[in-house]
Design a binder for this molecule. Structure first.
Ligand code: COA
Length: 259
């Protein structure tokens, strides 16, 4: 596939994906949704990639789904468009490697929803967040009503979605929407630092941890605890568990092999 609106490259196991349509503030149109799906499928299959960072080119992370594309849609087209966005974000949420959103600017509508589908959100002081869909006559369409209450609680999620208000990065941090706020020029350095810390750990253990947390968020405590026990047990059949514990006892750094 000829990728037109994304830049992506991998170094030391860390793949950086940049949405690159800055003139339209990286609004998500069908092309970008397709390209992200394609690239995330490739990332899923590539064992050399341990962590993903996603960011936007220019002054925006993603300023929402593309309003010019949605303006003339009918109900069926709206459903197809919403379903494609929702599937893409679920793919990112369930990717077998951690995804860090490095939020450089506007994260509105589909942009806020994309950030929420990632595992960790680091924002620039310049970032702005919101779900302004109701001001356009629609609900959030890429699972914003599903993930926002889980992240920031029912009351705050309803306030953000019903008012459509835009909040700055400090407020997003205060309400628990993001992990941290950094100076704009430090954003990618901080995201890379975190990605490297994650990549230095046993990849299988990181992957199982993500799976277990996602499962626990969607299931009963007892079932989730059993699920964690199974993954915990499976770690003992990996070379990396032997290496990690041996290295600790030998007072040296482990050399993990992702197996
Ligand atoms: N869909 C399509 N195009 C968008 C867009 C979106 N969600 N967000 C921004 N753009 C386009 C603008 O139409 C404009 O294009 P133009 O230069 O061809 O006119 C360009 O990006 C720059 O945006 P502009 O509005 O001129 O920048 P600004 O700094 O004045 O305002 C925003 C920035 C983000 C506040 C404003 O663009 C905005 O409110 N965007 C829509 C946000 C939204 O409602 N998202 C949810 C969609 S469901």
């Amino acid at each position: 596939m000829d990728i037109k609106r994304l830049l992506y490259s991998t170094e030391d196991g860390i793949c950086t994906v940049t949405i690159n349509n800055p003139d339209a503030l990286n609004a998500l149109n069908s092309l970008i949704i397709n390209e992200l799906g394609f690239v995330f499928d490739k990332i899923a299959k590539d064992d050399s990639i341990l962590v993903v960072i996603i960011t936007g080119a220019g002054r925006s992370f993603v300023a929402g789904a593309d309003i010019s594309e949605m303006a003339d849609m009918d109900q069926i087209e709206g459903e197809l468009f919403g379903a494609r966005g929702a599937l893409l974000f679920r793919k990112i949420e369930t990717l077998s490697k951690p995804v860090i959103a490095a939020i450089n600017g506007f994260a509105l509508g589909g942009g806020c929803e994309l950030a929420m589908a990632c595992d960790i959100r680091i924002a620039s002081q310049k970032a702005k967040f919101g779900q302004p869909e109701v001001s356009l006559g629609i609900t959030p369409g890429f699972s914003g009503t599903v993930r926002l209450p889980k992240l920031i609680g029912n009351s705050m999620a309803k306030e953000m979605i019903f008012t459509g208000k835009i909040i700055d990065a400090n407020e997003a941090l205060r309400v628990g929407l993001i992990n941290s706020v950094v100076e704009p020029h430090d954003l990618m350095t901080k995201a890379l630092e975190m990605a490297k810390m994650i990549a230095s750990n046993a990849p299988v253990a990181v992957r199982y941890s993500k799976e277990a947390i996602n499962y626990a968020l969607e299931n009963r405590t007892e079932t989730a605890a059993e699920f964690e026990t199974r993954l915990f047990a499976k770690c003992f059949s990996t070379e990396d568990q032997k290496e990690g514990m041996k290295a600790f006892l030998e007072k040296r750094k482990p050399r993990f092999k992702n197996r």
